[in-house]
Design a protein around this ligand. Structure first.
Ligand SMILES: Cc1ncc(COP(=O)(O)O)c(C=O)c1O
Length: 370
């Protein structure tokens, strides 16, 4: 029956714990550094806060359900999750393919911390990654980001999964932009999902978190061991904030996708806008592949205006867009990506659509672009 539930029902069910008579329906966070353990220690007990926490378990169970995974592990940020996976899997002498047009700090991490340790780092754009993966071998790692941030190009995940499987490589997919309500990479052939929960999942611009989801017990155990030893853990209160937000995720994400689709369609024919990218837009170069693997197309739209000043003016004249370098939150926001060094034109702006009313957003953006 749960398979047929809609996204909002799935979000609410994912955070609903076992109901105990007289206990809170929504259990409070359990901040704990140390737990009482008898001297003849029982390994199944919670013992220390860097190893396990009841609030983590609730959040991990919710994330695993949404991703269609056997398990999930939460981390202190999306980067903490991503780098834990790379440290666990990318051994010296192996090759790691990283997104050339994806989140720039992942590339920076690979270049500064993996390459000097003997890992061959190969950046590949979404359009080339399936071909580049033809050259990987057993034990290598392919990290794909789809849709990519900020260009919103899409990788054919099913094809990439087949290429990686045939070569014995591990396919890791960054699902931050799509979210598990947009696509489930594990069902398309990925071995692991990594994501920043800081974005649409938590969705309120007030907490950093990340997670890894997967179904191979051995790999998940190694990642968990890495988390224990490296210590990039999430605080219990932050885990609870994400959990609390997750109940409204389906509702929020539905509105964000609706707003993004409407804004993309309107801006496509606006004279001040040179180009628009949105995988849900018919005619977008990514639309055909996106339609085969995504259920929803996300709340982010990429546009190009004439110059950096034009982006500045858009934010200055808007009453609803806030300048901010994140996405997925309830407030609509704008980020001019060239300022962070992304290889995009000066007037390239990433719009993150929030949960405001669609007509209000369209009216505000149109008047701000004039
Ligand atoms: C696609 C993608 N992956 C990972 C991250 C890193 O997430 P966090 O900022 O939570 O570390 C980001 C952050 O913007 C991102 O956009």
């Amino acid at each position: 029956m749960t398979g047929s539930y809609g996204d909002s029902t799935r979000s609410v069910k994912a955070v609903a714990s076992e109901y105990v008579p007289g206990a809170p329906i929504a259990p409070p966070p359990v901040p704990a550094a140390a737990y009482h353990i008898p001297f003849d220690e029982d390994d199944s007990l919670d013992s220390y806060g860097r190893r396990s926490n009841p609030t983590w378990r609730q959040l991990e169970s919710a994330l695993a359900q949404l991703e269609g995974a056997a398990g999930a592990l939460i981390f202190g940020s999306g980067m903490a999750a991503l780098t834990a996976v790379l440290r666990t899997l990318a051994e010296p002498g192996r090759k790691v393919v990283v997104p050339a047009d994806g989140y720039y700090q992942v590339r920076a991490y690979a270049a500064e911390f993996l390459a000097p340790r003997g890992v061959t780092v190969t950046p590949a754009r979404c359009a080339q990654i399936c071909d580049v993966a033809e050259d990987v071998g057993p034990g290598d790692v392919v990290l794909a980001e789809s849709p990519s941030n900020p260009g919103l190009d899409v990788v054919d995940l099913h094809r990439l999964g087949m290429v990686c499987r045939a070569r014995g490589a591990t396919l890791v997919v960054d699902n931050t932009t799509a979210t598990p309500l947009g696509q489930q990479p594990l069902s398309l052939g990925a071995d692991l999902v990594v994501a920043s929960a800081t974005k649409a999942l938590a969705g309120h611009h007030d907490v950093l978190a990340g997670y890894v989801a997967g179904s191979h017990p051995e790999v998940m155990q190694r990642v968990e061991r890495e988390r224990l030893l490296a210590g990039a853990v999430l605080g219990a209160f932050e885990a609870w904030l994400v959990l609390r937000s997750l109940g409204s995720f389906g509702l929020r994400f539905e509105r964000q996708c609706q707003n993004a689709a409407a804004v993309a369609l309107t801006l496509r024919s606006h004279p001040a806008v040179r180009s628009v990218r949105y995988p849900g837009l018919p005619g977008d170069p990514s639309h055909a592949v996106a339609s085969t693997q995504m259920r929803r197309f996300g709340g982010v739209v990429a546009i190009e205006l004439a110059s950096a000043a034009a982006v500045h003016d858009l934010v200055g004249r808007s009453a609803l867009l806030v300048g901010a370098t994140s996405f997925g939150g309830i407030h609509s926001s704008v980020d001019r990506r060239a300022r962070w060094g992304d290889p995009v034109p000066a007037g390239f702006a990433r719009l993150s659509l929030g949960i405001e009313d669609t007509d209000d957003l369209l009216g505000d953006i149109e008047q701000a672009l004039c």
